[in-house]
Design a protein around this ligand. Structure first.
Ligand code: UDP
Length: 237
């Protein structure tokens, strides 16, 4: 069977990199992600990744940190580059060719973000990691993921989370919550379900970019999603 998607944008949260701890990067998680990404690149799927930074720094809580929001946001963006470098090294260890492109220039460690170059890398089978979010404060890495996915004309954005899809209510709080297999963009709005922040979500909707929310921490799930199997929740127009 052929993969359903040819070019994907995989959004990984920074928090998921923590594994069982409450800060930093768990090497076991990196190894698992690298293994799962390799399984799909081996099928010829082009993979771009946007990674969050929440395991290291989040800029939003000025009241707690005492650091001005914009300054904190830039710190958060730098955190995503650290995660990107960790993932890059895991992917290379697993035998993949990779490039890290940063939305904030830091030429010694990453290429600057150049859309056409990113596409060229993907065509050559390299995994492209987009670091530093959108390069702008007051945005999130979910928005960076939507933006980059649209720019590189990805077929789908895959949001890897710790939950295995979108539920009628928070499954950790409400045991009667049930999972949606598919849902439309407008239903998500109407029911105020939390898929991505509104900026990210609206970008996907306006550009007809489907989103799949799935559990990336279960090994093999990424492949299932790529093959079009019924894993996670598909959001579409
Ligand atoms: N951030 C930002 N602009 C962006 C992307 C990220 O300012 O385009 C900052 C923001 O402070 C955010 C932090 O980087 O809190 C880490 O990103 P995010 O919270 O999206 O990571 P995740 O929740 O996926 O771990």
């Amino acid at each position: 069977m052929l993969p359903k998607y040819k070019r994907i944008l995989l959004k990984l949260s920074g928090e998921s990199l923590m594994g069982a701890s409450n800060y930093g990067i768990d090497p076991k998680v990196i190894t698992q992600y690298a293994h799962d990404i390799k399984t799909v690149t081996d099928l010829g799927v082009q993979v771009a990744v946007v990674i969050g930074g929440g395991n290291i720094y989040r800029g939003m809580n000025e009241a707690e940190t005492g650091i001005e929001r914009a300054q904190g946001d830039y710190m958060g963006m730098l955190a995503t580059v650290i995660n990107g470098m960790a993932l890059q090294s895991g992917l290379e260890k697993a035998g993949m060719y990779t490039r890290l492109q940063s939305a904030i220039k830091m030429e010694q460690i990453a290429e600057p973000y150049i859309r056409r170059r990113a596409i060229r890398h993907l065509e050559k089978g390299r995994v492209v990691i987009f670091g530093a979010g959108t390069g702008n404060p007051y945005f999130t890495t979910d928005t960076a993921a939507s933006l980059r996915a649209i720019e590189i004309q990805a077929d789908v954005i895959l949001k890897g989370t710790r939950v295995d899809g979108i539920y009628t209510a928070d499954p950790e709080k409400d045991p009667s919550a049930t999972k949606y297999e598919t849902i439309t963009f407008s239903e998500v709005y109407q029911k105020s379900l939390n898929v991505m922040d509104m900026t990210a979500f609206t970008l996907c909707q306006e550009n007809k970019l489907p989103i799949i929310v799935f559990d990336m921490n279960k090994t093999g799930n990424l492949l299932q999603v790529i093959m079009g199997r019924n894993v996670g929740t598909l959001v579409k127009g």
